[in-house]
Design a protein around this ligand. Structure first.
Ligand code: ADP
Ligand code: MG
Length: 395
């Protein structure tokens, strides 16, 4: 178990400089944040620290700049945060400038500063100890609330955590570890995983780590088609990974009845909004047609299993949800999970596209947990060690 901000004696935070790694990697347009979801998600940690009288210094990356790049500055995020807090937020353009440390020390108690994009420094992605030492001068303790960046060993997520103590998880990170870790280690049963998306190849490690833990894996997305091919079925123009058929067969063998495939498919001759579609049993996909969604029978089957589950972990859409009507199966799973949450089922959504689909349907608040880290939640569920988590203090 990782030590959390909650475990620190609140009085000990008074006047101290908390260096907090947040995920402010927000979309920008013309120097303005267009979606502040990620900033809002870090508010509980920021507000708590302010309340306890800490000086809050925030570190984050934004985009993939190759060195300093004004179009990828964090300044717009500082402005957005200022509006949310209704309090001034200091912007520190260069942590290496001679007055940077003084400015963090002169913040009022409860004051907040945002440091410029960590990726403006070449050392960030190299986990450079020099850069980490520089970051460490800006705080007296370290809080990591950027779960979505924890799968990368970077100076602001890994190396710095060894230099500033205590090094603890923020509230958002804590919630991620609690839900994702809880599902893997002590799931309420039956434990069901719903997996979709385009490729089996990207989800092999996930399936292998989940198989011994789950009671069932419900498959959707184009991934289903690779399994159909492996069973010797005709899949027409569906997206199939021909070079993974052997592997798909081996997985089916290993999984036995745990692996559940959709009974039927919604198919079309091409991928376009409003094209004529047909719904067919999985044995009847004609040549020239492609599966773009699971059919109503599969929707009902999956919804019923979700309703009876104790824990559901979902990763990957059931169809090409970006192109209606092929969003139907994905919406059906989202709705089934939302309804299940209300009856006490623990529902967890991991994966960037699945989280986007849930948000699009307006159902995010009806899940027990929607992970903020696409790649990080995938690696966590694959059983991999996340360097940014590993570097934090143990309880
Ligand atoms: P996540 O980000 O949730 O882990 P993935 O990135 O694995 O999900 O997969 C998402 C993509 O899979 C989406 O862009 C979706 O259009 C695609 N997809 C799902 N079903 C199909 C299908 N039947 N045919 C082609 N693409 C599909
Ligand atoms: Mg994706």
């Amino acid at each position: 178990m990782k030590r959390s901000l909650r475990s620190l004696v609140p009085l000990g935070l008074d006047g101290r400089r908390a260096l907090v790694r947040v995920d402010f990697n927000c979309p920008l347009k013309d120097g303005v944040v267009t979606d502040a979801t990620r900033i809002r998600a870090s508010l509980p940690t920021i507000m708590y620290l302010r309340e306890k009288g800490a000086r809050v210094i925030l570190l984050s990356h934004l985009g993939r700049p190759k060195g300093p790049d004004p179009t990828q500055s964090l300044a717009p995020c500082a402005t957005a945060l200022e509006a949310m807090l209704g309090a001034p937020v200091l912007f520190i353009p260069d942590p290496a400038s001679p007055d940077a440390v003084t400015r963090t020390k002169r913040l009022p108690r409860g004051g907040v500063a945002v440091v410029e994009n960590t990726r403006f420094h070449a050392g960030e992605e190299k986990n450079d100890p020099e850069l980490a030492r520089l970051f460490a001068t800006l705080g007296d303790l370290y809080v990591n609330d950027a779960f979505g960046s924890a799968h990368r060993a970077h100076a602001s997520t890994e190396a710095v955590a060894h230099l500033l103590k205590p090094a603890v998880s923020g509230f958002l990170m804590e919630k991620e570890l609690e839900y994702l870790g809880g599902a893997l280690d002590q799931p309420k049963r039956p434990f069901i995983s719903v997996l979709g998306g385009s490729k089996v190849s990207g989800k092999i490690d996930l399936i292998e780590n989940l198989l011994p833990r789950v009671d069932a894996i419900l498959i959707g997305g184009a991934m289903a088609c690779t399994f159909f091919r492996a069973m010797g079925l005709e899949t027409g123009k569906s997206l199939v990974e021909e070079d993974r058929l052997e592997m798909a067969r081996a997985l089916m063998q290993q999984a036995g009845e745990k692996l559940v495939l959709p009974r039927g498919a919604v198919i079309a001759e091409m991928l376009e909004a409003g094209v004529p579609t047909r719904s067919v049993p999985r044995e009847q996909i004609p040549p020239g047609w492609a599966m773009f969604d699971i059919d109503a029978a599969a929707e009902q089957d999956y919804a019923a299993r979700i309703a009876r589950a104790g824990t559901v972990v979902w990763n990957g859409p059931m169809g090409v949800f970006e192109t209606p009507p092929f969003d139907h199966g994905t919406l059906a799973v989202a709705q089934a999970m939302a309804a299940a949450t209300a009856t006490g089922v623990i529902t967890i959504v991991g994966g960037g596209d699945s989280a986007a689909a849930v948000a699009q349907a307006g159902l995010a608040a009806k899940m027990s947990h929607v992970s903020t880290g696409g790649g990080a939640s995938l690696e966590f569920l694959e059983g991999k060690v996340l360097p940014g988590v590993a570097a934090l203090d143990e309880v």
